[in-house]
Design a protein around this ligand. Structure first.
Ligand code: FAD
Length: 366
């Protein structure tokens, strides 16, 4: 059995890498477990090619970016350059990241936790769960999951075809702007249809600026508001299709409504409809969660379960912390006065890194 570690960090995204950097600065022993093959694998898996990375700091925060090594530069570099930056930092600092190693379970109690992975186990007193939030939401329609993409693997594959992007947030907006740019630069006359179930799109200023610029440059972006994805069907050529229905405001007599719809081959559809928190994982680890009932939550929906954390992000199990995307967009905070309330937590690189620094400042001696 290898020597006991001060901490095991799960995930090598911005939160996990920042924790590792701070652990190293404090001469603590640690390992970062990463199920993928690269640092920042979560970002590699979810960002469209060429997407600019913003060092966004939400208005309500006053602290500067706490760990410069993982800070996206102000000049907004493409995601590929940000990943290169992470690889260079890993090499320069000799960060201990174990790739292809997937976290599975925790056994034992503080201060002797045993962390189980697909490759073996680690004895440690502290565990930092920084595994992000990338469990995709379901579209809620029959037969969807297999063929509908969740992100662009290769933008060039969409040249010459009309593509449908579903979702009303930043991830969808980024994909729409990237695809439109790729098509425009290839002089492709086909369109990017952008469908959202609601009337209003919810995107931040930086993303809106990119999208506006793309539209002004002649991007073929067609917006479909109040558009609901409906059951996929197989057409006469044996191709799986997805229908998008928009309810018109014209209601006819006798409960009749007029709908207009469009149908796309499923392989031309990208669903950026967000992710849900890793509640099932927290359950399996027996970490305490609180259900939102009777309007106690403003961000999470009624019935959703939120992880309960102290004001320095420790779970109900001593020495186990959760940070970053894993606790976004909100969690339940127990204040020092014992009052529990929902705490907003934007899913950003900055917040993940700030969480890392807060955990490392408050982690007590064993
Ligand atoms: C399309 C898109 C664009 C975005 N643009 C921006 C932006 O411009 N600026 C910004 O600040 N934020 C942006 N964000 C949000 C930002 O990427 C996240 O807030 C940030 O990556 C969260 O960091 P994290 O370390 O908590 O998690 P992640 O970056 O998700 O990292 C988690 C890591 O854990 C690994 N992992 C997961 N499960 C396990 C397991 N069981 N065992 C081992 N490893 C595991 C994953 O492979 C991953 O590498 C964007 C997000 C998306 C989807």
């Amino acid at each position: 059995m290898p020597a006991k570690l001060d901490m095991v960090i799960v995930g090598s995204g911005p939160g996990g890498m920042a924790t590792g950097i701070l652990a190293k600065q404090k001469n603590l022993s640690y390992v970062i477990l990463e199920k993928g093959k690269n640092p920042m694998q979560g970002i590699i898996d979810t960002y469209p090619k060429g997407k600019k990375v913003y060092p966004t700091i939400p208005k309500r925060y006053t602290q500067p970016f706490p760990v410069d090594e993982v800070r996206p530069p102000d000049e907004r570099i493409p995601v590929e350059a940000y990943i290169d930056q992470a690889r260079a930092v890993k090499e320069a600092l000799d960060l201990k990241i174990s790739f292809d190693e997937e976290f599975k379970a925790i056994e034992g109690t503080y201060p002797d936790y045993m962390v189980k992975t697909n490759q073996g186990s680690y004895l440690t007193s502290n565990i930092i769960l920084a595994f992000g939030s990338n469990i995709p939401n379901d579209l809620g329609i029959y037969g969807e999951a297999k063929t509908v993409a969740r992100n662009i693997e290769n933008g060039e594959d969409y040249i010459g075809i009309n593509v449908l992007v579903i979702g009303g947030g930043n991830a969808a907006a980024d994909v729409v702007a990237s695809l439109s740019r790729i098509k425009r630069e290839a002089n492709d006359a086909t369109s990017v249809y952008w469908a959202h179930i609601k009337e209003k799109f919810e995107i931040n200023k930086d993303t809106a600026r990119d999208l506006g610029e793309e539209m002004l440059l002649g991007g073929q972006i067609k917006i479909l508001q109040r558009a609901v994805p409906k059951i996929g069907e197989v057409d006469a050529d044996g191709i799986d299709r997805l229908y998008i229905h928009q309810a018109s405001n014209v209601a006819m007599d006798n409960d009749l409504y007029i709908y207009q719809g469009m149908s796309f081959p499923m392989k031309n559809v990208i669903a950026c409809i967000g992710t849900h928190g890793p509640s099932a994982i927290f359950d399996s680890l027996q970490l305490q969660q609180i259900t939102c009932t009777g309007n106690i939550c403003k961000i999470a929906k009624e019935g959703e379960r939120l992880l309960m954390l102290s004001d320095h992000l420790e779970t109900n199990m001593k020495g186990i912390y959760a940070i970053g995307g894993a606790i976004s967009p909100s969690y339940m905070e127990i204040g020092s006065d014992g009052i529990i309330k929902e705490k907003k937590h934007s899913n950003l690189i900055y917040t993940a890194v700030l969480d890392a620094s807060m955990v490392m400042e408050n982690m007590g001696p064993e």
